[in-house]
Design a protein around this ligand. Sequence first.
Ligand SMILES: *Cc1c(COP(=O)(O)O)cnc(C)c1O
Length: 398
Amino acid sequence: MEFFGADERKEINDVLETGILFRYNHEAIRNNIYKAREFEAEVAKLVGATYAHAVSSGSTAALCAMVAAGIGAGDEVIVPPFTYIATIEAVLMVGALPVFADIDETLCLSADGIRKAITPRTKGVCLVHMCGQMADMDAIMAVINEHNLVLVEDAGQAMGASYKGVSTGLWGKTGAYSFDFFKIATAGEGGIMVTNDEKAYNYADSYSDHGHDHIGSNRGMEQHPVLGFNYRISELHAAVGLVQTRRVPEIIQNNNAHKKQLMTALGQVPGVSFARIPDTNGDSATFLNLLLPDTETAGRFVAELNAAGVGGFNYWFTNMYHFINQWDHIKEMRTASALPIEKFGAPQDYNNLDIPNAQAVIGRLVSFGIRATWTNDEVAALAANIEAAARKATLVEA
Ligand SMILES: *Cc1c(COP(=O)(O)O)cnc(C)c1O
């Protein structure tokens, strides 16, 4: 959501001039304009994926990733208690059972948390790379491989992030990115499922379009290997997503420069530390993620920031809908897709989860969105404002 310009307009006009807003068929009149295909190729190139499939949202991309990885009814899927709610919804939508495990100071599931949540019914893990950073992949892959689990990555917030040179979304069987308005690149609405597995790609391709196999030139007249639903992306959305994806390397470069400047300036402030970044070279740096000594101090810090008109938010005190403490509807299973829970039984007591690190870390976390368009002076001013608020918040008389 950082930059829009003439390139986005040009791509949209290409589509409008042909009048073909549908990604399939109409060969004779579309003048060889296939924006969804170009969008997919652009994302595949950016992240180094063999296959990319565009769909209507990051949520439906996560759903396709789950289905294409073979996760289905009655399977237990280990999930984080800190994510956007769509991750958990996708697990329920495929008839699987979410099992919440603990996180660590990476803000993502920890290897230890995953290990403790494994049962004989565990089929896989849906790992979420939070706040533009990445999970601790070496340790996590060791548990995944040791227990032969299926790994799906919801990299909705971390497109362009990587660990030791491998993109988030490509560590497991399938991965998903979001292009909603708040993400590093936007299509208005849209998502991409990525994989290096041809079968998983073909499954997602069919599943997202009522099971059409898209083999041959006339969609609608081919074979239908599976049932699916409509999660298609339109050519208009893909046209925007395609240009936005090309801008990501520049955005990431700027963001990283700003984040480094902020971390250097704030590194010596008493009481301020940072969420752990397992590979600083792979950070998409869309957020600066500070950790305060405890939840109370973080609350005072956010109050000081608000009073001074400085950005910065905490997922604990605001109802941002990213943390389990705000998910009463899940604890009570207020959903049309509660059937798997009724049929197979809840795998955990969702009201009494044993996730002490998550409860501690999310309370201490204060995040700031980083803008690629900032100048160095703006970054320096922000650092000074953050430091002033932190000093006030940590100076408490006993
Ligand atoms: C944004 C987001 C989604 C949902 O993406 P939409 O495109 O809004 O459907 C899913 N998972 C995570 C982690 C996200 O941040």
